[in-house]
Structure formats: structure tokens, C-alpha cells
Design a protein around this ligand. Structure first.
Ligand code: HPA
Length: 288
């Protein structure tokens, strides 16, 4: 099997596809110069082949965001011949109109965490690449079209603010991030998206809001429950309904994204450096 598209998901996502009767044909961990990748599962479904990797763990939430190894995961996906990546993430909302359970296809990023490692290219002269648009425009538009008609509210734009965890933000930090123009806040898309661009992947994100960010709405502190009371049981039920719909939705979305022609700039993000002779055709020789 030679999938060209991968889904980078949260926790134990291979199990969510069991609801559709889908079982991985194989699962492998790939050693890379950056350490081992997370296990990569290979699926086949009605003519679609895709790879699936869960960032945070296979059975539970084993690794918090700052300790993920996106370089190893992306290196492994690139070695497999993957060209397109859909990132599936669950951020908080900075806007009253983006409610828990809503789907958001972000169009831009504010990196307020500056967590690393943020590049494959230390100590060389390449990598000064434009980040507007930061997400693949082709994948974004295929994603937005495919989401038309889903029984959830879909926002076709959003600025994702990256913070560094594992802690959540203070209320004052959230007020600042709103003033900066952020719509969503999360800890996983960065530096993954920046690293993916360095390897010329097409990369887009499908997010679903899991909570209003701190201080946006009045929520008493409740020790011992998820998010310590940041989300109400009703909101968590709304989120669970979206999660239930995801396996079906994702296979549709992945099928549409797999068909996108790659006429976007993504396969040539480093073209300037190729033409200049700084890098050759073999991407393995670019990375350090
Ligand atoms: N802040 C940061 N990351 C998050 C949040 C949040 O409120 N919700 C989900 N991931």
C-alpha cells in the first residue's frame, strides 16, 4: 500500500475508525534521524488509502504537546511518500460565536508560544519561505466544500493562536490573544505546520472546538473533572456528538483531499533553493 495522504490525529484515532468496520492493514513505527515516529497505521477504504498517526498516544493521552516529536513524525511520513497531510486538532475558542462542537478550518496562525524545534534546517542558508498562505489553499478549499451540509456549524476561517503547554492560559493571556486577532487557541499545530512546509507537504487543519478559552465565559473551577470545569456537561455532549460523526466525515474529507491536484505552491516551497543549487532533489539531504 502506498498512501499519498495522511491524517495526523489526537489520541488513539485508529480505534475511532473501527466504528466503520475499518481495521489498519498494518501498523509500523519508523526510526528516523530524530528518533522513532509515533505508530503509523495504514488504512484502505473504498478506493482511498491513507496513513494515520496519533500524536499524543495510542491508547491514552501519553505525551503532552510540548513533548511531541513532529520532526520524527513528518520525516517518517515523507519517507513513505506521503504528499498531503490533514491535521485534526481540538483547540479552545477565543470567540463567543465559535462554540464547543463547531468545526473551524483555520486560515492563519499566530505563534505566541514559539516552541521548537521549529526547523529541519539549522545552520544553513535555506528555509526563508513565505508563510502566506500558511495552510495549503487547495486542501483548505476541498475541505470547506466537503463540509457543506454537515449537521454542525462550520467556520471557513479562523486564526489559530499557538501557545505552549501543557498548562492552559490565564484569563489575562486569553484577553491578550483576542486583542491580537486570534480566534482559536491550541498547542499542537505549531511547530508541526511550519515543519511540514519545510518538507513541501500540502498541509491543512480541521479543528473542532472543545471549550471556550479561559475567562471568555464565567466557569467556576471544579477540581477533578475534564478541563476543571472550563466546559459544561452540555458542551462536552456537543463535542462528543461531533467526535462520533468524525470517522464518517473524515473518510469523506480524506477522499476529497486525496483528489486535489496539487496545483498549489506547496510542492515547490523550496524551489528557489533548488534552483540556486543549495539543495538537490533528494529531500533527505536537505534536513539536518
Ligand atoms: N487552550 C490551549 N489549548 C487548548 C485549549 C485551550 O483552551 N483547549 C484545547 N486545547
Amino acid at each position: 500500500m502506498h498512501p499519498k495522504i495522511a491524517l495526523i490525529a489526537r489520541v488513539g484515532a485508529h480505534k475511532t475508525f473501527e466504528a466503520l468496520g475499518l481495521k489498519p492493514e498494518k501498523t509500523e513505527v519508523f526510526p528516523t534521524p530524530y528518533g522513532d515516529s509515533r505508530p503509523i497505521h495504514f488504512f484502505r477504504h473504498q478506493g482511498l488509502e491513507f496513513a494515520l498517526l496519533s500524536r499524543h498516544g495510542e491508547a491514552g493521552y501519553d505525551l503532552s504537546a510540548p513533548f511531541l516529536n513532529p520532526r520524527a513524525n513528518l520525516y517518517a511520513l515523507k519517507s513513505l511518500g506521503i504528499q498531503k497531510i490533514l491535521a485534526w486538532v481540538a483547540p479552545g475558542s477565543l470567540r463567543e460565536e465559535m462554540a464547543p462542537g463547531d468545526l473551524v478550518v483555520p486560515h492563519d496562525i499566530l505563534d505566541e508560544g514559539r516552541g521548537g524545534p521549529h526547523t529541519f534546517f539549522p545552520n544553513v542558508g535555506w528555509g526563508f519561505i513565505r508563510h502566506n498562505p500558511v495552510f495549503c489553499p487547495e486542501l483548505r478549499s476541498a475541505l470547506i466544500s466537503t463540509l457543506q451540509g454537515v449537521p454542525f456549524k462550520v467556520h471557513s476561517q479562523g486564526v489559530y493562536v499557538a501557545t505552549i503547554g501543557p498548562r492552559l492560559e490565564t484569563a489575562a493571556e486569553i484577553r491578550k490573544l483576542r486583542l491580537l486577532g486570534g480566534d482559536l487557541v491550541g498547542q499542537t499545530l505549531v511547530p508541526e505546520v511550519f515543519l511540514a512546509r519545510e518538507l513541501e507537504f500540502c498541509y491543512a487543519a480541521l479543528t473542532y472546538v472543545v471549550n471556550y478559552a479561559e475567562g471568555l465565559v464565567d466557569r467556576p473551577y471544579q477540581p477533578g473533572v475534564l478541563f476543571e470545569g472550563l466546559a459544561t456537561p452540555e458542551e462536552m455532549a456537543q463535542v462528543a456528538a461531533v467526535e462520533q460523526a468524525f470517522p464518517n466525515l473524515l473518510t469523506k474529507v480524506l477522499t476529497a483531499l486525496a483528489a486535489a491536484p496539487r496545483a498549489c505552491p506547496c510542492p515547490r516551497l523550496l524551489e528557489r533553493y533548488r534552483l540556486r543549487g543549495d539543495i538537490g532533489e533528494d529531500w533527505r539531504t536537505w534536513v539536518r
